[in-house]
Design a protein. Structure first.
Length: 369
């Protein structure tokens, strides 16, 4: 109750009905009300009911006009409603009170980006990075904005820094349309090479698999693998099958000795009976959130929302391949539900909503261990 997002939420006012926390802050009835309203606003945001969320944050701010977290989320809600001028105004109010807040500088830059004011977005990102040089997302956004503003070379320098802080940004970058203008840059080509090497290291050693996993097009992959082969980092084999030619890749022994490989086989169980999971922490959070929303959608009988969430779980570019490799049976059940829901629609959902909801929650527990 004392902190949300690392900032103090409680009042210093004296109140006969207040109690003290372990660290000495007084918890008043107003503190409880404003935080409850704030949390209600967060729930409305998660449901994409941004106007309702704004009303909750406004009520919270009536109790405490200096409640920074509520101001930030109110501004972010206006951003989602494409009310960009209002969002900027609210973020400026926060910065008037806390000029060193990198989160708000980053969000303000995002608003300018959506307004296609890339120079202003760049300035905001530079502020965010000044106050927190280890924020990988700020560096990633900075790279996007620089590239869109025609400064691709500098953008690639920022992107490299982002990837140094979080390797997951490499895979994200190769699918990001903001970097279209940088595709001829040598640094961008090297990032594609890193993503392909990592895909092969994880066992995706065919051209088709890499296309499926990374979202890159065939020509980009073939060009990159040729460069990697010329550098002595992988061996490129071309096999002729009845359907045509198939490219297959393997890492050189020298590279394997340095970075290793991941052997993944959904049909083989480890000796100790435990399945080895290849999810990042963020992927686990994303999948868990989708499964929870799928369960809620099923209970509500919301066919459209449920199908959208199942699509996210099965989409190979998002989470489909990882779920297939690590949870083969659950992936099969998801495909069956998807097929039946599309064939029989609302009638099938109404008859099986409890079963589907329970399956989603059970799968979430299994993935989170």
């Amino acid at each position: 109750m004392e902190k949300i997002f690392g900032r103090k939420l409680l009042s210093e006012k004296k109140d006969d009905n207040s109690s003290r926390t372990a660290s000495g802050y007084k918890i008043t009835q107003d503190d409880i009300k404003k935080v409850n309203l704030y949390n209600k606003g967060l729930n409305k945001m998660s449901e994409e009911k941004f106007e309702d969320a704004i009303r909750c944050f406004d009520l919270s701010l009536r109790i405490d006009p200096f409640f920074v977290d509520a101001l930030i989320k109110k501004g972010y809600s206006h951003f989602h409603l494409k009310q960009y001028s209002l969002a900027i105004s609210i973020f400026d109010q926060v910065l008037d009170r806390d000029i060193n807040n990198p989160e708000v500088w980053n969000l303000k830059g995002l608003v300018y980006y959506k307004s296609k004011n890339y120079e202003k977005a760049i300035e905001c990102c530079e502020k965010a990075i000044d106050f927190n040089p280890n924020n990988s997302m700020a560096w990633y956004n900075y790279a996007c904005y620089l590239t869109l503003a025609g400064r691709a070379t500098k953008g690639m320098e920022a992107l490299k820094k982002s990837i140094e802080l979080d390797i997951a940004n490499a895979k994200k970058a190769v699918k990001d349309r903001d970097f279209v203008n940088a595709r001829m840059e040598e640094d961008y080509k090297r990032i594609i090479e890193v993503v392909i090497l990592e895909s092969i290291r994880q066992g995706n050693d065919h051209l088709g698999k890499i296309i499926w996993i990374t979202g890159l097009d065939r020509v980009e992959i073939q060009d990159a693998t040729t460069r990697l082969a010329n550098k002595g980092l992988l061996i490129k084999n071309v096999k002729t099958t009845f359907t045509g030619k198939d490219e297959q890749y393997e890492l050189t022994k020298e590279l394997i000795s340095k970075i290793g490989v991941e052997k993944r086989n959904s049909q083989t169980k480890p000796l100790d009976g435990k399945k080895e999971i290849f999810f990042s922490t963020q992927q686990l959070k994303d999948i868990s959130a989708i499964l929870y929303e799928s369960s809620e959608s099923s209970e509500r009988g919301d066919l459209k929302s449920l199908l959208q969430n199942i699509d996210k779980l099965l989409n190979p570019i998002l989470h489909g391949t990882l779920i297939l490799d690590n949870f083969f049976e659950e992936h099969r059940e998801l495909r069956l539900f998807n097929s039946r829901l599309r064939e029989r629609g609302q009638e099938y959902l109404n008859m099986n909503k409890e079963e589907i909801s329970k399956f989603m929650l059970d799968m979430d527990k299994k993935i989170r261990g």
